[in-house]
Design a protein around this ligand. Structure first.
Ligand SMILES: O=C(O)CCC(=O)C(=O)O
Ligand SMILES: [Fe+2]
Length: 378
């Protein structure tokens, strides 16, 4: 990293932008030797193994969401980034396929919101999976003229639906958060020292091989004391983790299929970006393809569904970030606290509309996932 940073940074200013452009460049492609790989230990001079709390999650609770026992997870911190935790694929063999299927088949369904809703009628986006599966199941035959809806999907929001225009969440844009994704998030965050996490919002990003995500910080959530959880499936990404200021030079790292990141404490509000999607290393691709393994307690993925998922994921990456938006007892401004409906465990299960829409705060985010031609990286 140090050598690359020195050469890229000539001219001094706006180090993050320059490094983003360096990794996004197509011709000639960038040298990836300075990208930290937690899995292989490459370029990892700042990587420090950490022990998580194995007692925080019972083995059967981990297995029920497709995770290995916590004592078997390989977790790392990164010098200079307190609160950042990287877990190298804690999933049981066979369980990633299940999560991939949920990201492609289940979560894009109504009442969840996706980019296609912005210019299509609800009836046309009613079943993105069904309309795409038929085509994706066919053997590839040259270049198809029209893309399936699944191939046009760029983001889905869950729970409190993020408003990309106002960069806010609000009380009246809420639908129940999927219980299975909450169970997964609750257990991972508990093992990382955050018991009681309430998954209230998620953004799923769907990247094609030429997609990128601009430099941003996730600060629209009203309570930043809870971690931001990030899960990745499919092709790999180069992830840039910067500093508290937009121009601070970032560290580049690979995020492979199954890898998990937790941004907490001082790392919760660091700038970050995804300049490039790269092919998954062979061994990671093989683990992902193992959809029938019996080690997972999750429902098996039917072969005909996996044919679609596998075809899609061969050229795509799905990232899921899960967020707690409100602190305990907190509500959106101008909305009475009594209107938040929580279950016995304190999870938000519903929201009565308050007097005003309560929009506040901002999520400084340049853009959602964009494809090569249309990317503005800041
Ligand atoms: O795709 C990723 O790894 C990052 C996604 C992200 O930063 C976001 O959704 O806010
Ligand atoms: Fe982000």
């Amino acid at each position: 990293m140090a050598k690359m940073a020195a050469s890229v940074l000539d001219g001094g200013e706006d180090a993050f932008r320059k490094i983003f452009k360096f990794y996004k460049r197509r011709d000639p492609p960038p040298d990836l030797r300075n990208v930290t790989d937690f899995c292989s230990g490459a370029a990892g001079e700042k990587v420090v193994p950490v022990k998580l709390n194995p007692a925080a999650v019972r083995d059967e609770d981990a297995a029920s969401v497709g995770l290995k026992p916590v004592r078997d997870w390989r977790a790392f911190s990164l010098q200079g980034y307190p609160g950042f935790i990287f877990i190298s694929n804690p999933f049981l063999r066979g369980s990633q396929a299940c999560w991939v299927r949920r990201c492609l088949k289940t979560y894009p369904q109504k009442p969840n919101v996706c980019n296609l809703d912005m210019h299509m009628s609800p009836s046309d986006t009613q079943d993105i999976w069904a309309s795409s599966a038929e085509v994706l199941r066919l053997p590839p035959s040259g270049k198809r003229q029209t893309k399936t809806l699944l191939e046009k999907l760029r983001w889905v929001t869950l729970g409190f639906h993020y408003n990309w225009d106002t960069k806010t969440y609000s009380a009246h844009r809420f639908t129940p958060f999927p219980t299975d994704l909450h169970a997964l998030s609750f257990r991972i965050t508990a093992a990382c020292g955050f018991p009681g996490f309430s998954s209230e919002a998620a953004i799923l990003n769907y990247y094609r091989s030429d997609s990128s995500l601009g430099i941003h910080v996730d600060e629209s959530e009203l309570d930043h004391s809870w971690p931001l959880l990030s899960l990745s499936f499919g092709q790999s990404a180069i992830f840039l983790l910067g500093g508290p200021r937009k121009q601070d030079p970032p560290t580049a790292m690979f995020m492979h299929s199954g890898d998990v990141m937790v941004m907490s404490g001082p790392s919760r509000l660091l700038y970050h970006a995804v300049p490039r999607i790269v092919p998954a290393p062979l061994e990671r691709a093989a683990v992902l393809e193992d959809f029938s393994s019996a080690s997972s307690l999750l429902e098996p993925v039917p072969e005909e569904d996996w044919a679609v998922c596998s075809r899609y994921i061969q050229s795509s990456r799905v990232n899921v970030t899960v967020r707690q938006v409100l602190g305990p007892g907190q509500s959106f401004p101008e909305t009475s606290p009594a209107s938040v409906q929580r279950d016995d465990e304190g999870r938000t299960v519903g929201y009565h509309d308050g007097s005003g829409d309560g929009d506040r705060g901002k999520r400084k985010r340049s853009c959602s996932v964009s494809d090569s031609a249309e990317t503005k990286e800041t």
